[in-house]
Design a protein around this ligand. Sequence first.
Ligand code: NAD
Ligand code: UDP
Length: 325
Amino acid sequence: MRDRVLITGAAGFLGSHLCEYFLRLGFRVLGIDNLITGDLKNIQHLSSVEQFEFLQHDVSKFVHVEGDLKYILHFASPASPIDYLKIPIQTLKVSSLGTHNLLGLAMVKKARILVASTSEVYGDPVIHPQTEAYWGNVNPVGPRSVYDEAKRFQEAMTMAYHTFHGLETRIVRIFNTYGPRMRLNDGRVLPAFMGQALCGEDLTIFGDGTQTRSFCYVDDLVEGVYRLLLSDYVQPVNLGNPDEITIKEFAEEIIRLTGTDQKIIYKPLPIDDPKQRQPDITKARQLLGWEPNIKRSDGLRTTWDYFKSLSKERIHEERNHRMFS
Ligand code: NAD
Ligand code: UDP
């Protein structure tokens, strides 16, 4: 019998790529998602795959799974600032109550669990680049705290289950990752810029564009997650691409790539928007023999090709759909 893996957030951006990856490796995959920020279209192509099952369920409520589980990957959570500001309570719940439920399930199934944490645990970092040893600079009551503090709690809860129950746990701190199946209206910078280029709108830079981010292509990230899952390392590990760029330079790259004749316009910077972000991936290099291989120019091209391949109806639907209202 093939090993079975549970992936929460399966209908989301990263979750759908993880489902594909584990199926390719020969696992049986159970995907769970409540579709609050995800879309069944992301996993439609897997519906005929015999080794794939899907359950629509909110993991902040008790999670019941029949049968064996070798691994659990907890990726369910709104991930973009626009999303988590619209659904703050659900965001807090999925990384706290949801994580608790999945840790409990892992205990019952004697499964190893990997939880998706984030560079946001470092908040607006004063240490640069960010190593795992840095404890972060998070505003506990600011608008982003619903995400950042929930993820920090998730890490604490996961470590406690490891320490007190001996549960096999892994924690990945993911830095900005991009690729096909990001939602055009999720508000993150890449789908925002590419959506604007697709629809002939100006590209909106928040602030003066000097803030930095480091973008990792999804295939690199998924490979790193798998290596961490199989490793014996229980402390948090950063995964991301250290190739740092200002948001202004990023907008200019997208303009060149897409050939849009639109210009850049400037809007107010959201509260507590981190000024700089770059992962120190020394640990991942040493422990997992992992580093990203896909250059931004290649990853952006593939992602742009994906957005261009969407039907006009889907683009319109995704960009104009008001989530959660
Ligand atoms: P996404 O919004 O595309 O996917 C999240 C999925 O989780 C969605 O399908 C959503 O419907 C589902 N979900 C949310 N709450 C749920 C609940 N209570 N029960 C069941 N399903 C629920 O986001 P993503 O970019 O794929 O992010 C996935 C995970 O990776 C998140 O945990 C996020 O915090 C983490 N992460 C992502 C990035 C990134 O750059 N993409 C960076 C850091 C961390
Ligand atoms: N951003 C921007 N224009 C947009 C969307 C985002 O300038 O239309 C900026 C945002 O303020 C932030 C950066 O791009 O400084 C990355 O934002 P994103 O929401 O993708 O991720 P995060 O802030 O969580 O890293």
